[in-house]
Design a protein around this ligand. Structure first.
Ligand SMILES: Cc1cc2nc3c(=O)[nH]c(=O)nc-3n(C[C@H](O)[C@H](O)[C@H](O)COP(=O)(O)OP(=O)(O)OC[C@H]3O[C@@H](n4cnc5c(N)ncnc54)[C@H](O)[C@@H]3O)c2cc1C
Length: 361
């Protein structure tokens, strides 16, 4: 079986779906191929839900003091923050059109003490991010925290599934359980072999998250991307009238968050964390009464984030004409998905020249 498509996107995570959306809006004929049985079953399955331009700086460089931040990390954080702000407003429109607008109450980030929070505030100011430092017995569990009034939050997987349904209705072809196995250059484009047959396209977009380097290697392109594990645990909402945080609360030390969704509470995140219980222990230290009141978790999950060396995603062409990549969003993929999809669509369709997120390979 052989089939011709204008643009094939590998990966039905948040990034691949938003790329498909922006391309479709511009009149392209798009096919999405996905190894798993449905959309958002990879890293996009169970994230912390924060739409947080505030966190645009690489989490590896976040360990540094404001004065020690490298110019490169700062420059990468700055452009990522601006893309994140644009993405946030596009995402808000999209989510609202599906009937579940993002929560706009901001996000907190807990720090060890007031001085650490102030040092973090100085770093955020360098990125043009608005924040103030607060301590509140309830809102921050009595700890010093940066508050980001412009961050928002929402359920990423719920959005991704709604978007996939919407795209299918509007004409995007989805091939699930269709892992791209062999990928070759063919006359005027690419040939992608899957269990569902060989698909041909003029353009190929690799948005396969942590598996992107393996896909690109088949075409001889080397992508410098690391996979950083994170974890999540869900709990039912307390029924005893316990007051719930109105916005996500991050913990700077463990790079994790406590987020309240419509139907559950989630403790998630972590940097190089493969066991969700590690996060639970940390949150029991931070907020023992609240966390012990949640009871036993109803689900546990782990995944790896696709992380680029300085934290700036790759949204770009490659050395092979008509081969594109959209990956490396690290801890920012939910925040950046709508803006990244739009940016890549504009590059592919030659509406824009933008080299801020260029990949050199
Ligand atoms: C614990 C945790 C918490 C997070 N919290 C936040 C947050 O609060 N805010 C935020 O902005 N970001 C957050 N993130 C980051 C965000 O979730 C990711 O950046 C984002 O999900 C990455 O999306 P993606 O589409 O690139 O990858 P994925 O969702 O992994 O999608 C890639 C898809 O490609 C498919 N695929 C791979 N190889 C192939 C192949 N050969 N053929 C076909 N299909 C293939 C995979 O099955 C997968 O579905 C968090 C991440 C984690 C792990």
């Amino acid at each position: 079986m052989s089939d011709q498509h204008d643009i094939i996107i590998i990966g039905a995570g948040l990034i691949g779906l938003c790329t498909a959306d922006a391309l479709l809006e511009r009149g392209a004929k798009v096919t999405v191929i996905e190894a798993r049985p449905g959309p958002c079953e990879g890293t996009s399955f169970s994230n912390s839900g924060m739409i947080h331009p505030s966190q645009a700086l690489s989490w590896d460089s976040d360990k540094l003091t404001a004065s020690a931040l490298s110019r490169e990390a700062l420059a990468a954080g700055y452009v990522t923050a601006r893309l994140a702000e644009r993405s946030q407003s596009r995402l808000a429109q999209k989510i609202s059109s599906f009937g579940f607008p993002p929560r706009t109450a901001g996000c907190f980030q807990l720090h060890a003490d007031f001085d650490s929070a102030r040092a973090a505030q100085a770093r955020y100011q360098k990125l043009g991010i608005q924040t103030d430092v607060r301590i509140d017995p309830d809102l921050t569990f009595g700890l010093a925290a940066c508050f980001f009034p412009n961050d928002t939050s929402g359920n990423a997987r719920k959005f991704g599934c709604a978007l996939a349904d919407d795209l299918a209705r509007r004409g995007v072809a989805f091939k699930y359980e269709a892992k791209a196995q062999d990928i070759r250059r063919a006359q005027d484009g690419f040939a992608v072999s899957t269990a569902k047959g060989i698909l041909h396209s003029e353009h190929l977009v690799v948005a396969a998250g942590s598996a992107s380097p393996a896909c690109l290697a088949r075409l001889g392109v080397r992508l410098n991307l690391s996979s950083v594990a994170g974890a999540a645990m869900d709990f039912t909402l307390p029924e005893d009238g316990t007051a719930l945080p109105a916005c996500p609360i991050m913990d700077a030390q463990s790079r994790s968050a406590l987020t309240v969704f419509d139907s559950h509470v989630r403790i998630s995140g972590g940097w190089h964390v493969t066991d969700p219980k590690t996060l639970l222990r940390r949150w029991r230290d931070i907020a023992p009464d609240f966390v012990n009141g949640l009871g036993a978790p109803i689900s546990e999950w782990t995944a790896t984030r696709p992380v680029s060396p300085v934290g700036r995603p790759y949204i770009s062409g490659t050395s092979i004409p008509k081969l594109w990549i959209n990956t490396g969003h690290g801890h920012m993929g939910w925040t950046l998905c709508a803006g990244s999809g739009e940016l890549l669509a504009r590059l592919i369709l030659k509406e824009a020249e933008d080299n801020r997120f260029t990949f050199a390979g």
